[in-house]
Write a protein that binds this ligand. Structure first.
Ligand SMILES: [Zn+2]
Length: 621
């Protein structure tokens, strides 16, 4: 099934073609509309020569086709010219032109203060073409709408101008249904500024190189920075603010370029914080900023193919196929553009030791390295890659937490494996090795200084590992909805387990009788979970999101459907809005029948995105 997810969502009004055509004619008469040579090396501004190979405009029907494809006729040509040229910080646009290339529209203008030219700006608007089948170059369908800043230069020191202009543009392009706002980072307005504004590298490879160079610099200067700290950076804005406590010397040349070493031209010395200095001294990168057009909330999605490296025997329920199927569905449902993909990282060992015994971690590492077929108990099957994958799963939750606290995302779903909620301080069981959610809760506290974390576990099995880790902790509330322990693995999670010592009252177990379904689940949720969240007033909500309470999942005896998951998700978001600025990080636990796992997780993720009436395609299961 294919959907055109790049269609402009509802709300945008469409102008009649007549108006668009009239607009073309008026601009042609005013010498403000031309054709342009598509050769990109010609289009790019260079030096003081003619910026474009300006041509006669293409025929009207061609221009109309391009306009509809890129702007969906939501704006007239004059309307666009006017909207692109706001006056901010005393600067305006002069001589703005629209140019039609073969498949794109260009906007070119001078930036002026009064009558004096102080800079240039060139934007291009186009639509990516995506192959319909991944392995074939043809046929192609229209993909994301892109705004590309071909070039901006300002002779005056006015980063405040670019900042205001681009904030204006973001709203404008968002309204016009664009997906990406890309630019070639340019020194004339400051890379550090781009990073602060949220522009990121074009791809992970580029970012990997950036991290390597930063690591080299750290090594060269002998700075007290752990490799882990660098590895966890996954956005240019994180680099920009990295280790503000450490300043390093940088050297500026006469043109305003910086280098980390003094040479014949770079002579003027400054000291900047490490991250800022690094950005100023590295090559400009091709950055982008995604503008999310089709969901009310920005939802992060932690995913890596490396989660498939934890191998289990063919008949084992916790198989890599679970995630393969989920990711295939994400792709098929056209959700890739609306999710913010987040890369998991290998966490610092210190943050894992906050949850697990060091000797236990070593034993697990050694068992995987030795090629053992299982660890600790028979159901915990392992392969050579299991230890690293488990580290990455815990680090995936941390990446999700980083995203909600750095405002890259409103909430996050972590599509990780192996699962974690049965793992205790020094015990692996129930397919779990490291307690991902627990490690995340501890990390959120130490890294972001919050105090109260609420963990909601709706996996059909009791989250005994998580409970044991926070049993005496009054500041981490653990709530579990599960099938009654008399009938279901692991045999714990009775009502009388309420926490111990200072933690008494911060554990809430809600066992459900076998065959309980949506109605019972939702009733229990409203009756007990909602008031407990209200009373606890968390600063972060973590969900241990297993989907094995589904009626089609034969691993246990509850009979829920997607409806229960959608309901609980929606309510958790409402409560999170009230108490913790919407910060919810949801972490995959169980769910062993592929069809119901996939349809439930998709319904859950769509609800996290704030989509109304998130479809529950339970018919598929
Ligand atoms: Zn489970």
């Amino acid at each position: 099934m294919m959907f055109d997810t790049t269609r402009v969502g509802g709300g945008g009004e469409t102008l009649p073609e007549r108006d668009i055509l009239d607009g073309f004619d008026q601009l042609i008469a005013a010498d403000r509309l031309f054709g342009a040579e598509l050769n990109s090396s010609v289009i790019k501004k260079s030096g003081k020569g003619t910026p474009f190979l300006v041509r006669r405009h293409p025929p009207h029907h061609r221009m109309l086709g391009i306009w509809g494809d890129i702007f969906a006729n939501r704006v007239s040509p004059q309307g666009l010219l006017a909207a692109l040229a706001p006056e901010v910080h005393g600067l305006a646009h002069g001589g703005g032109l629209l140019l039609f290339g073969k498949d794109r529209v260009l906007y070119d203008c001078d930036i002026v203060r009064g009558n004096e030219g102080v800079g240039h700006l060139t934007l291009s608007f186009y639509r990516e073409r995506e192959p319909v089948f991944r392995f074939l170059p043809f046929p192609r369908r229209p993909g994301r709408r892109i705004v590309y800043i071909e070039g901006i230069s300002l002779s005056a020191q006015s980063t405040g101008y670019a900042s205001s202009l681009f904030r204006h543009y973001e709203r404008l392009f968002h309204g016009l249904g664009f997906h990406r706002f890309r630019l070639k980072a340019s020194l004339s307005v400051g890379k550090y500024y781009w990073a602060k504004e949220g522009f990121d590298c074009e791809d992970r490879k580029q970012f990997g190189e950036m991290r390597e160079h930063l690591q080299d610099l750290v090594r060269r200067l002998g700075l007290p920075v752990e490799e882990q700290e660098v590895r966890r950076l996954n956005h240019a804005s994180m680099v920009a603010t990295f280790r503000r406590d450490l300043t390093i010397p940088v050297y500026r040349n006469a043109d305003g370029y910086y280098a980390t070493a003094r040479d014949a031209s770079h002579t003027e010395e400054f000291r900047f914080p490490l991250g800022k200095a690094f950005l100023l001294c590295s090559d400009p990168w091709d950055g982008y900023k995604v503008i999310y057009t089709d969901t009310p909330r920005r939802t992060g999605f932690v995913w890596s193919e490396r989660f498939l490296d934890h191998g289990t025997p063919p008949d084992h329920p916790e198989s890599p196929k679970r995630l393969e199927a989920l990711f295939a569905a994400i792709r098929e449902e056209g959700m890739r553009e609306s999710l913010i993909f987040l890369e998991p990282y290998i966490p610092a060992m210190a943050s894992l030791r906050a949850v697990h015994d060091p000797a236990y971690l070593e034993a697990f590492r050694d068992a995987a390295a030795r090629g053992d077929r299982h660890f600790a108990v028979r159901d915990c099957a392992i392969s050579e890659g299991s230890y690293e994958t488990a580290l990455l799963a815990a680090g995936g939750v941390m990446a999700g937490i980083d995203a909600v606290f750095s405002d890259r995302a409103d909430n996050v779903f972590c599509a990780v494996r192996p699962p974690g909620h049965h793992a205790g301080r020094a015990s692996a069981m129930g397919f779990c090795f490291l307690n991902n959610v627990a490690a995340g809760a501890r990390y959120a506290r130490s890294a972001y200084g919050i105090v109260r974390v609420y963990i909601l576990d709706w996996d059909v099995h009791h989250g005994n590992g998580t409970q044991s880790l926070f049993d005496e902790d009054p500041l981490t509330f653990f709530c579990s909805l599960h099938e009654h322990p008399s009938f279901c693995y692991p045999g714990t999670g009775r009502r009388l387990e309420k926490g111990t010592g200072f933690g008494r009252g911060a554990t809430l177990n809600i066992p459900l009788a076998p065959h309980a379904g949506d109605r019972e689940m939702i009733e229990a949720f409203e009756r007990e979970v909602v008031p407990s969240i209200e009373e606890f007033r968390p600063e972060l909500i973590l969900i241990s999101a297993g989907f094995d309470a589904h009626r089609d999942d034969s691993i246990a005896g509850l009979e829920c459907t997607e409806e229960a998951y959608v309901h609980m998700t929606r309510r958790v978001l409402e409560l999170a809005d009230r108490h913790c600025e919407g910060r919810v990080v949801s972490v995959l636990e169980g769910g062993y029948r592929t069809e119901s796992l996939v349809s439930s997780a998709i319904a859950h993720i769509k609800t996290l995105q704030g989509r109304e009436g998130s479809p529950c395609s339970s018919a598929r299961g």
